[in-house]
Design a protein around this ligand. Structure first.
Ligand code: PRP
Length: 181
């Protein structure tokens, strides 16, 4: 598929992300101080970099699991329907759970996923998102912990893609289109 040409400017450096993750890990440690073994649930695919760095800063026993929700993409834009494509491997009933997401945009994905997981009766569930774009919100949802609040910019990197590119950038970048359009 042809692409509009673009360049990427650094919005949040790898160093700034690492420093923020240390703070977030401390907050999670306090929030789950009484937890035996925390179930850390990453939402595929975007969260894979964040969850990898985050769990390595957590000073507590953790279990890592993944869930994949459908991207509503172009065709589903109007319905905002979110479907579960890949379920958890483990049980969460009666467990303490931390849901890890890369970005909250309209809020549909995390709202749906947390409602879905809540039906399994976890003892306690909290959500963490590295990035929050409140200007784009369409539903009433706020993550319990947020790394950075960002303006309504097109961001990539640190797990986040643009048409499946740029997930491997070590920083959060802002897309700048370079064609005259
Ligand atoms: C992105 C992102 C979040 C979701 C946020 O995922 O990773 O999961 O969209 O958007 P929302 O708040 O408007 O629901 P995407 O569907 O692009 O899939 P990916 O994680 O596989 O990149």
């Amino acid at each position: 598929m042809p692409h509009r040409p673009y360049e990427i400017d650094v919005m949040i450096s790898a160093k700034a992300i690492a420093a923020r993750i240390e703070d977030l890990a401390r907050e999670i440690g306090r929030e789950f101080a009484d937890t035996d073994k925390l179930v850390v649930v990453g939402l595929l695919r975007g969260s894979f970099v964040f969850i990898a760095d985050l769990v390595r800063e957590l000073d507590m026993p953790v279990e890592v699991d993944f869930l994949e929700a459908s991207s509503y993409g172009d065709g589903m834009e109007s319905s905002r329907e979110v479907r579960i494509l890949k379920d958890l491997r483990g049980q969460i009933e009666g467990r303490d759970v931390l849901v890890v997401e890369d970005i909250v945009d309209t809020g549909h994905t995390l709202k749906h996923v947390t409602e879905f997981l809540q039906t399994r009766n976890p003892a306690k569930m909290r959500c963490i998102a590295l990035l929050d774009k409140p200007a784009r919100r369409e539903v009433d949802f706020k993550a319990d912990l947020i790394g950075f609040e960002i303006p309504d910019e097109f961001v990539v990197g640190y797990g986040i893609d643009f048409a499946q590119r740029n997930r491997n950038l070590p920083f959060i970048g802002k897309v700048r289109f370079t064609d005259p359009a």
